[in-house]
Ligand binder design. Structure first.
Ligand SMILES: CC1=C(CCC(=O)O)c2cc3nc(cc4[nH]c(cc5[nH]c(cc1n2)c(C)c5CCC(=O)O)c(CCC(=O)O)c4C)C(CCC(=O)O)=C3C
Ligand SMILES: [Fe+2]
Length: 302
């Protein structure tokens, strides 16, 4: 079926305990001009969760779901997992793949879009990890999948479910991670987000208004980033008299910290203060349709 001899699940990584939080944040922000106060604030978000990022468990679940999907469809490929910013570090995974005799792996990244943070940085990570390992296996990133049914359909179902938890007429609000306006390929990222949001909105609430807004901004105050922020947007919707909000984190694939804190804690609190009924849609996570995406994408590339 395929010219590959392994699948590599490539993710962001996150701390596994309180002592990991600061070194993890240093890894993420090295050379990136993020204010110290912002780091301390984000560190507190992790400490609220015992210093453990949800992303690691989510990756383990997704890896198991991909393995089940492969087994159910006769795809005989081992699945490896490596991260950009924390253990299991990608370079260590590549070293293990090499030791196991892997020669050419396909990489499925836990980020669906084109753009710098969402695609290009992962390509750089692959190149850097391969440089660290002598005769490293070839690693080919699978195509961007933000328009695929395996990504869109779970969101459409989740958006419908979230709409059922707020009053009829509530606004569908899509969120994605903000990035600096100066970031390379920012237009492409936004265009893909708009297209994905429109597709989900058409499926979940045909004809109803929807918005695409941003979250988790981290740069210095003077630097322009994609706006509006979800919290500001909630205020605006409140002033407009909107009677409820169903938030769909279309920019992410799983319920990691940006979802569990920035939406489920921060945005939900803001909505409560404003008296707006608020529901947050699930992300694809380990949905079997999402876990089937690597197999579908493998079948298309050689
Ligand atoms: C577009 C995008 C995605 C979606 C694509 C993808 O999923 O890859 C994403 C995902 C994630 N971002 C994550 C964590 C962090 N991102 C940070 C900082 C930044 N993110 C950025 C962008 C994105 N980030 C940017 C432009 C910065 C500024 C620094 C820089 O230019 O790189 C910081 C520093 C502190 C802060 O938030 O300021 C942290 C801790 C986690 C792990 C969560 C967990 O542990 O559960 C995940 C999945
Ligand atoms: Fe981030």
């Amino acid at each position: 079926m395929t010219a590959y001899d392994a699948l590599l699940l490539l993710s962001f990584g996150g701390p596994e305990g309180p002592e990991d939080v600061i070194p993890f944040l240093e890894n993420v922000t090295r050379g990136r001009n993020i204010p110290r106060e912002r780091l301390e604030e984000v560190g507190e978000h992790y400490h609220l969760f015992g210093g453990v990022s949800p992303i690691n468990g989510l990756c383990r679940d997704l890896k198991a779901a991909i393995e089940s999907d492969f087994a159910a469809h006769g795809v005989d490929l081992p699945v490896y997992w490596g991260n950009r910013n924390w253990t299991p570090y990608l370079a260590d995974t590549v070293r293990q793949m090499k030791a196991d005799g892997i020669r050419r792996a396909a990489a499925f990244v836990t980020s669906a879009y084109s753009g710098f943070s969402t695609n290009d940085q992962y390509l750089d990570d692959i190149a850097r990890a391969r440089d660290e390992v002598q005769d490293a296996p070839e690693i080919v990133k699978l195509p961007v999948y933000c328009d695929r049914p395996g990504f869109i359909d779970p969101f459409t179902d989740a958006a419908k479910d979230a709409l059922r938890r707020v009053p009829v007429g509530a606004r569908l609000v899509f969120t994605a991670h903000s990035v600096p306006l100066s970031q390379p390929n920012r237009e492409l990222y936004v265009a893909e987000l708009e297209r994905a949001a429109r597709t989900v909105a058409d499926g979940a609430a045909p004809g109803a208004p929807w918005d695409l807004v941003y979250q988790s901004r981290s740069g210095p105050p003077g630097q322009p980033w994609l706006e509006p922020q979800i919290t500001d947007h909630l205020e605006r919707l409140h002033k407009e008299g909107v009677n409820g909000v169903a938030v769909v984190p279309i920019g992410f694939v799983s319920d990691h910290m940006e979802v569990k804190y920035d939406l489920d804690v921060e945005a939900a609190e803001r909505a409560a203060e404003l008296g707006i009924p608020f529901a947050r849609a699930a992300t694809p996570g380990a949905d079997p349709r999402f876990a089937a995406l690597p197999r579908h994408l493998l079948g298309e590339t050689e």
